[in-house]
Write a protein that binds this ligand. Structure first.
Ligand code: AMP
Length: 211
């Protein structure tokens, strides 16, 4: 049973690294961003409530996110452990996990500069089907419209919140609301700090070494 969490600003590489770790450790990646985008697309009650916050680059209210995660953890595949990607994102969310008796084994805090965040996110593309992540310059899909990973056609898109203004807003939210979690988990002795600059492959090696 391994419970891990990826912590870091938008564009730190949390999703990229979590996807690979999940395969290696054979546990699911639980991305609250992906779950919320799916809820929004399917126009569920949760999706409708979350949408205005997401569209503005702000965090979705804690009670909505926590309720969604509680439901997700009841699924069978979470019994053997999981990797949280983008959760918890506030002290309230972290505390509610502790209250549920969920104690994370390791929190992997990925550090990158604001400039690097902009450089990465403005050129990021995502597959709506399998969530594969591309960068137009450093790791473009072989064909503009087909996902290399799952073969879906016309599935590669730019996230609506990957524009310069929304990226600024998300960075502000990260610094004000999420960054305090670094000290929170450091005090608990569960924090691993990783330099997130460089190629995904190099960052992956640093994480493997640290784990
Ligand atoms: P992400 O894919 O992790 O960048 O998340 C995209 C958006 O979903 C964020 O900008 C927030 O609006 C929302 N979101 C994702 N995870 C959380 C969370 N743990 N708490 C609050 N809002 C979240």
């Amino acid at each position: 049973m391994k419970r891990l969490m990826m912590l870091g600003p938008p564009g730190a590489g949390k999703g990229t690294q979590a996807q690979q770790l999940a395969v290696e450790l054979n546990i699911p990646q639980i991305s609250t961003g992906d779950l919320l985008r799916a809820a929004k697309k399917n126009q569920t009650d949760l999706g409708k409530k979350a949408a205005p916050h997401m569209d503005n680059g702000k965090l979705v209210p804690d009670d909505l996110v926590i309720g969604m995660v509680v439901e997700r953890l009841k699924e069978e595949d979470a019994e053997q452990g999981y990797i949280f990607d983008g959760f918890p994102r506030t002290l309230k969310q972290a505390e509610s996990l502790e209250e549920m008796g969920v104690s994370l084994d390791n929190v992997i805090s990925i550090i990158v500069s604001d400039e690097e965040v902009h450089r990465r996110l403005e050129a990021r593309r995502t597959c709506s089907e399998c969530k594969a992540i591309y960068h137009l310059i450093f790791s473009p899909p072989k064909s503009e419209n087909t996902c290399d990973k799952c073969g879906a056609e016309g599935s590669i898109y730019q996230r609506a919140d990957d524009t310069p203004e929304k990226i600024e807003e998300r960075l502000r939210a990260y610094k004000a609301q999420t960054e305090p979690l670094i000290a929170f988990y450091q005090e608990k002795g569960r924090l691993i700090q990783i330099d997130g600059e460089g190629a995904p492959e190099e960052v992956k090696k640093r994480i493997q070494k640290a784990l």
